[in-house]
Write a protein that binds this ligand. Structure first.
Ligand code: BG6
Length: 475
């Protein structure tokens, strides 16, 4: 059954995230009939950027028109638009927000639940949570907290304490939208619903793992957020390590929130502290000229690193992670490189035969994503010649993709339903920050790279030798 009636309060309502993902995502949920019968959305910002209800509705219209899959027309849009109102929120003055929430609740008949979405920079979390704590708004409410959760171990611990003075852990939904991606969720199905992958999913058969998320986008006017964040905190410590957790976790006893998160968090507990020597940090040329960027900024727009998971399943297997802005391609790809069979019985003397013979399992988790097994096959003909070949699963070949939800859509729905399975937990996040501490305390210098390139060479190739980044052509 669907969620109860909700008043959703969107803090950071005029921000990039709200425009790009949250407002379009909420409207898509409405279009798909997945929002509750009764819903209201209250946009909120600090008083200095407060706006009228009409202005917020116009902003939402533009955001949905620009970034949405469902276009803002017809009766569903009309209902959605009428659900939108605005209430400014300042830490010292919750009055306007309280009034807007009360009005929204009354219009729903007074029996709805509250969902707060903190789509604001980490530095603003504590004051907004403190402000909510000065009101009765936390009652019967859930709170979605955006990543990155803190900026290091101490701030993450402090933030957890602040949250817990106002909300019970059962009310807290720490969001990482990569965990809501259809093709990341499918990794659980691939591994645990099938007999053919899990037996080889360990150090005996897999020699390395890559989680590779290059982006073509640059800063997109987000200097205010990005300057205090950088690629490591924006992407690695959050999205890429969460994906690593799904790839590396042991089978949970069930997919319920507690066992699933217990097993994933055990991976984070086993992360070896990151050695700064195993990290390459880069900054694209031109970053310093972006509006809002300090002229001497050493914020990294690129990070590649080698991590290790010190447990029985993965000891000795390197996990290579890479993400950066203004790179040559936008991709989201996991590669598991399999060990070669013990004997090369196929002629290797022919120079043009494949030298990188290890089979690979490739999971592309960009929407809609695909999975491939890369292997060697005999080229038809009189000689035993090996050539690379691929077996591929793509969603469109097996499923109707129209039912798919994007990461934020799925997770906002789960939060309304009270399902925490795909949200991150404080202990897991603290383990990740703990493993990151040596790097944060002693970061290697940023190296320049050309926009549209693959990052700072040759450091990046040296880091992952002997295997290059494996990015097959998109299917
Ligand atoms: C966000 C980061 O969390 O994820 C952005 O802040 C990044 O910098 C984005 O571009 C990537 O997400 P997606 O869903 O567009 O691949």
């Amino acid at each position: 059954s669907g969620p109860d009636d909700h008043v959703i309060v969107l803090f950071g309502a005029t921000g990039d995230l709200a425009k790009r993902k949250l407002l379009p995502g909420l409207f898509h949920l409405a279009t798909a009939g997945l929002l509750p019968d009764g819903y209201r959305i209250v946009g909120s910002t600090p008083a200095r950027s407060a706006m009228s209800e009409d202005a917020f509705r116009a902003l939402a219209h533009d955001a949905v028109a620009t970034f949405g899959r469902s276009k803002p027309t017809g009766p569903v849009w009309k209902t959605f638009e009428e659900s939108l109102s605005f209430g400014a929120a300042d830490p010292e003055d919750p009055g306007p927000l309280l009034a807007a929430v009360r009005a929204a609740e009354e219009s729903l008949g007074g029996a709805s639940r509250r969902l707060f979405h903190l789509a604001i920079p980490p530095s603003a979390f504590a004051s907004i949570i403190g402000m909510l704590g000065d009101t009765d708004l936390p009652e019967n409410a859930k709170v979605i907290v955006e990543k990155p959760f803190g900026t290091d171990l101490a701030s993450a611990q402090a933030l957890n304490e602040t949250i817990h003075t106002v909300f019970d852990e059962s009310q807290v939904f720490r969001i990482d939208h990569f965990l809501g991606k259809e093709s990341v969720d499918n990794i659980l199905a691939l591994r645990f619903a099938n007999g053919m992958f899990e037996p080889i999913w360990n150090r005996d058969h897999i020699s390395y793992v890559q989680v590779d998320v290059p982006e073509t986008l640059g800063l997109e006017g987000r200097a205010h957020f990005y300057e205090g964040t950088g690629a490591f905190r924006d992407m690695i410590v959050t999205h890429l390590i969460q994906v690593l957790g799904i790839v590396a976790m042991d089978p949970p006893v069930s997919l319920a929130a507690q066992p699933l998160r217990d097993e994933k968090d055990k991976v984070f507990e086993a992360l070896r502290p990151i050695e700064p020597a195993h990290v390459v940090r880069g900054q694209y040329e031109g970053y310093l000229d972006e509006p809002g960027v300090a002229p001497d900024s050493s914020t990294e727009t690129f990070t590649a690193l080698r991590m290790e998971v010190d447990n029985w399943r993965w000891a000795g297997v390197p996990f290579y992670l890479r993400s950066g802005k203004s790179l040559a391609q936008r991709r989201q790809v996991i590669t598991l490189g399999l060990r070669e069979p013990p004997l090369r019985m196929f002629a290797t003397e022919l120079a043009d035969q494949p030298q990188d013979r290890g089979n690979k399992i490739v999971i592309d988790f960009g929407d809609p994503g695909w999975i491939a097994a890369a292997f060697l096959a005999k080229e038809p003909g009189p000689a035993m010649r090996l050539e690379p070949a691929t077996m591929t699963f793509c969603y469109a070949g097996s499923f109707c993709e129209e039912n798919g939800l994007e990461g934020y859509e799925r997770l906002i729905l789960d939060a309304m339903l009270g399902d925490q399975s795909l949200f991150t937990r404080s202990d897991g996040i603290e383990h990740i920050w703990r493993a990151s501490t040596p790097l944060l305390e002693n970061p290697p210098p940023v190296q320049p790279y050309a926009p549209g390139s693959w990052g700072p060479e040759p450091a990046i190739s040296d880091l992952i030798a002997p295997h290059p980044w494996h990015l097959p052509e998109p299917v």
